[in-house]
Design a protein around this ligand. Structure first.
Ligand SMILES: Cc1cc2nc3c(=O)[nH]c(=O)nc-3n(C[C@H](O)[C@H](O)[C@H](O)COP(=O)(O)OP(=O)(O)OC[C@H]3O[C@@H](n4cnc5c(N)ncnc54)[C@H](O)[C@@H]3O)c2cc1C
Length: 407
């Protein structure tokens, strides 16, 4: 089907109940959805990307955060590499800076999306059902759209991990790091931050700078910092052999994860080890200085968390107690596609899975013909690059080449 075969919304209105039929519907307008949309458009494939551009980054990331990924790994992907971060900065007369502030990245994504024009539809998708010729999407206003392929680029929003011990605390007492809370509202409050990864440690720094009384509680015996051996990155061609420019994972592994197709052929057990090693909890090297005045308790696990009036009483595994106003969970996320509320149970059951991740083949295809998953949900198959913006280039090219060759 060519672009001009698409039944537009105005045709639908004049011709009664016929609904638009797309070749590709992309769910989610984050870095992955926007990048794939740009590639689809350049190929003249009848596609639409659904969702508010950069919504997760704009509304759920902690205000004031800085990107952990290097600038070169923070580009969205377009076929001519014309809509880079640098091009955005030049067009907006911004001085390039590193690390990249969250607001700049959000604005970059919103600038990037303009190339999609009417291929971007800001409505949310409420539900996806299988149909005789592919899929039927129900949008937030009740409109139905049909599509031959559906690409799920819906991110990690629903996958927040809340350890059992905190389950009984109210949402105001136990807050996940990426619920978009402005840390300024915690000024003067006692906050326990749980976790040793970038989200936890950066949130702790932001809270401290906003005059909260912070303690970080970490299971690990010590904190890890990314990129502390910066000289290894400045040895010219030798560094290029050790690290890819994406900078995902440690020396050596970084090179391997830059080739997701190669990674997908590694036996699952080893692939899992590579994946977890590449994204083990660690903070950026610009964080230690910001945390010098923050209390950090390492080697401690929270074994009890009880609400007591406005306070939360935490019991640690050494028997000690903490009384705080809030607990901030930097406890990461766990991919589980059954938590995407737009996927009906029957459809989720039809998708072959590996512990919540879809089992994928070439072209990011799931076991349901025409249904594709990109971004973090594809990391179990294609490796840890897919957790990051740096994976948008591979995902877009691979997906479009698959769809183009199966038209
Ligand atoms: C605190 C934190 C810091 C991070 N820092 C970095 C970093 O520095 N560099 C990096 O590369 N990665 C970072 N990441 C990882 C980051 O989440 C991914 O790189 C990135 O968001 C992947 O893009 P995406 O398009 O897959 O997902 P998202 O950016 O989450 O986009 C998915 C979009 O889909 C939308 N959506 C969901 N359901 C629907 C629906 N039914 N209808 C319409 N739209 C829908 C969501 O609202 C969302 O906007 C960080 C993550 C966290 C939590």
């Amino acid at each position: 089907m060519k672009t001009n075969d698409v039944v537009t919304r105005s045709e639908r209105t004049s011709s009664g109940p016929a609904s638009p039929h797309l070749e590709v519907a992309v769910i989610g307008a984050g870095p992955y959805g926007l990048s794939v949309g740009a590639h689809l458009k350049s190929k003249g494939i009848a596609a639409r990307v659904f969702g508010e551009p950069m919504a997760f980054w704009a509304h759920q990331m902690p205000a004031g955060m800085l990107l952990r990924s290097p600038r070169v790994a923070s580009n969205l992907s377009d076929p001519d590499r014309a809509f880079t971060l640098e091009a955005y900065e030049a067009a907006s007369k911004l001085e390039p800076c590193a690390p990249l502030p969250l607001d700049t990245f959000v604005e970059y994504g919103r600038w990037f999306r303009h190339q999609l024009g009417s291929d971007l539809d800001q409505r949310s998708v409420l539900r996806i059902d299988r149909d005789t010729h592919g899929f039927r999407l129900t949008l937030q206003d009740g409109e139905e759209i049909r599509s031959t392929h559906v690409v799920i680029a819906a991110g990690i929003g629903p996958f927040k991990r809340k350890p059992v011990v905190f389950q009984n605390l109210s949402p105001n007492q136990a807050i996940h790091c990426y619920e978009g809370r402005d840390v300024r509202r915690f000024a003067g409050k006692r906050v326990a931050v749980i976790g040793a990864g970038q989200s936890a440690l950066e949130s702790a720094a932001l809270l401290h700078e906003a005059s909260a009384h912070v303690e970080v509680i970490v299971r690990e015996s010590h904190l890890r910092w990314i990129g502390m051996h910066s000289w290894l990155h400045h040895m010219g061609p030798i560094s290029s052999l050790l690290y890819s420019s994406h900078d995902v994972g440690p020396l050596g592994i970084s090179r391997l994860v830059a080739y997701p197709n190669l990674v997908s052929h590694i036996p699952l057990k080893i692939r899992d080890r590579i994946r977890t090693r590449a994204v083990r909890p660690a903070g950026s090297r610009w964080l230690p200085d910001r945390l010098t005045a923050v209390k950090i308790s390492t080697g401690r696990t929270v074994v009890g968390a009880v609400a007591s009036g406005d306070e939360v009483a935490l019991t640690l595994d050494d028997g000690s107690e903490r009384r705080v106003d809030h607990v901030l969970l930097g406890t990461g996320y766990q991919v589980d596609i059954s938590r995407y509320d737009f996927l009906p149970q029957q459809l989720t059951r039809d998708i072959e899975q590996l512990d919540g991740y879809p089992r994928l083949a070439a072209g990011f295809s799931s076991s349901v013909p025409g249904l594709h998953f990109i971004g973090a949900t594809a990391a179990r198959t294609f490796g840890p690059l897919l957790y990051f913006v740096a994976g948008t280039e591979f995902a877009s090219r691979e997906l479009i080449s698959h769809i183009s060759s199966n038209r």
